[in-house]
Design a protein around this ligand. Structure first.
Ligand SMILES: O=C(O)CCC(=O)C(=O)O
Ligand SMILES: [Fe+2]
Length: 251
């Protein structure tokens, strides 16, 4: 899956993180899930055995996740991919799919659908916290969709559970200059993915007997453009809170 970020709208880098920090982040993620189950963490969707469990800004609650995001190669790799002098986290999201969680599909979507306040050139990092096979629901990318996602009418969102139906809608709306392509692979501890905010992606349910855990990190780059009138969730205001939004690379 060697490809250029600019051409494909996503890229995969291997052996970026130490196993030990990923393993600690994995263990602390499971501890967060236990807190969610006990009703002791409110920055999360409710505990659902069968569905995806999302936690907002887990790096604020988990020292290992904070270390993974702030003291690793994440910042420099993001700066290299986007040719930026500075990289700042605007937020993170933990995605936990428990074993055989038949309803844990994440529908095809673009991140831009959720962060319209970052009008341009905001980047997402996706970090698997364990080895995620295709059967466990590793990330599906539609290469080059960053160039055409704006033109897909009726593109539904991450809450949609029917990826087959979404795929048909996208295929039927594909501009004639693009061929349909879909990429998915088994991932390993140490892998780091980046995708453009307009790249279409999603994931199938976890059908394995192990949890499937990944973290998505929203990154502000040198070219990010802000649109305050679309700041529905206060993300732009939050950038001044360095505990939540640390700068992770500065040249
Ligand atoms: O882990 C997933 O299935 C979804 C991740 C995602 O949507 C993202 O990284 O933007
Ligand atoms: Fe996403």
């Amino acid at each position: 899956m060697k490809n250029s970020f600019k051409e494909s709208g996503y890229t995969k880098l291997s052996n970026i993180f130490d196993k030990s920090i990923i393993n600690r982040a994995y263990i602390e993620s499971l501890e967060l899930v236990e807190k969610i189950r006990a009703g002791k963490l409110n920055n999360s969707s409710s505990y659902k055995k069968d569905s995806v469990i999302r936690t907002i800004n887990p790096h604020v609650f988990s020292p290992a996740i904070k270390e993974l995001l702030t003291e690793s190669r994440l910042g420099i790799e993001a700066a290299t991919v986007t040719k930026s002098k500075s990289i700042q986290i605007w937020g993170s999201q933990l995605y936990v799919k428990l074993p055989q969680s038949t309803n844990s599909t994440v529908g095809l979507h673009t991140d831009f659908q959720y962060v319209k306040c970052f009008k341009n050139k905001v980047l997402t990092a996706w970090i698997p916290l364990n080895n995620i096979t295709i059967k466990a629901g590793s990330l599906i990318y539609i290469p080059k969709s960053n160039y055409f996602s704006d033109s897909i009418e009726h593109l539904t969102d991450a809450d949609c559970k029917d990826i087959n139906k979404q795929r048909e809608v996208i295929k039927n709306n594909l501009p004639s200059s693009y061929d349909w392509e879909e990429v998915i692979s088994d991932t390993n501890i140490g892998d780091l993915f980046f995708h453009d905010h307009k790249t279409i992606h999603g994931s199938n349910a976890n059908m394995t007997i192990r949890p499937r855990i990944a973290i998505a990190v929203g990154l502000v780059t040198d070219s990010t453009e802000f649109e305050k009138k679309h700041d529905y969730f206060g993300y732009i205001n939050q950038l001044s809170h360095k505990e939540v939004c640390p700068v992770i690379y500065e040249k």
